[in-house]
Design a protein around this ligand. Sequence first.
Ligand code: SAM
Length: 295
Amino acid sequence: MQAVIDPPTVELRAGLVDALTSAAARPSYRGGYWSFFTAGMLFDLAGYRADLFIDKRVIDLGCGATRPLTTSILFYLLGAESTLALDLEQPTDIGALAVSEYANILAILSGLAPVDWLRAQPDARVCRRKAADFDLAGLLAGDLYSSIPSPVSHKVGRYQDLSEEDRQFGLMISNSVFEHVNDVESLMACARKSIAVNGYVYTSVDFRDHRAYSQSLSPWQYLVDGGDHEPGYINKLRFSAMRSIFERTGFSVVACRTKRETPPEAISNALLPIYRSLTDTDLRTMEAAFLLRPT
Ligand SMILES: C[S@@+](CC[C@H](N)C(=O)[O-])C[C@H]1O[C@@H](n2cnc3c(N)ncnc32)[C@H](O)[C@@H]1O
């Protein structure tokens, strides 16, 4: 028999679903969207691997300041044993982040978060049990840190400066970070020492000149004028240099997916001398997602 729901309750339900889907699907700084997108990319690249994160420690390296815990909380709910969200920057707007995480958690539990659940193969009972570790009323009241369970942690600092115990991980997720790190080789050498033997690193790297976002300049602009959003904002490593660093520091590339575009002729004809010998691949690769394992 179909349950009868009176009209005011139907209205209430529509409002709740709207609020949860907009929190989960909104590509704003607080919405869960980019974390769910990152998880989707990872599952897409990795396929189903039971050993990817279940019962493992997950590090979100360079989690950012504007939604630092969303990826960590998602992976905790999906079955990670513990998580560490790490960034150089202090989070912004802690009360608002707490309320957003409340909405993100409910959106995940209600199946309203846009994640490729088939690939993640979540166990709904595990998700619900882990959600019970959060003080949801506390999150809704804007109280972030005392409302999250101790296995979900957040730190401000540099990865290389973490204690050895904090640095241990079975899965490192690092989204749009490595193009901003000025010493990728030392960071990866450090990660190689701390990764579990059966661990993975998932990273997506954006090779565009980031002035493309703030000033509508070409994504190849620095190849012709040597500039940057601000000096040192990106490290200007291209695809093959980044990949070589991963391999040199003891990782093998299990899977890699790239997004390529062809620069306009005006750019190709005006490359600075140091960029004229770039391979076609390095010139055209705008983004790459890598799944790495220790060799
Ligand atoms: C473009 S943001 C990406 C934020 C987030 N992952 C996202 O997808 O929205 C890059 C972040 O990496 C952080 N970062 C760079 N080097 C780092 C390091 N060595 N250790 C920790 N965080 C780092 C920066 O502080 C910055 O917030």
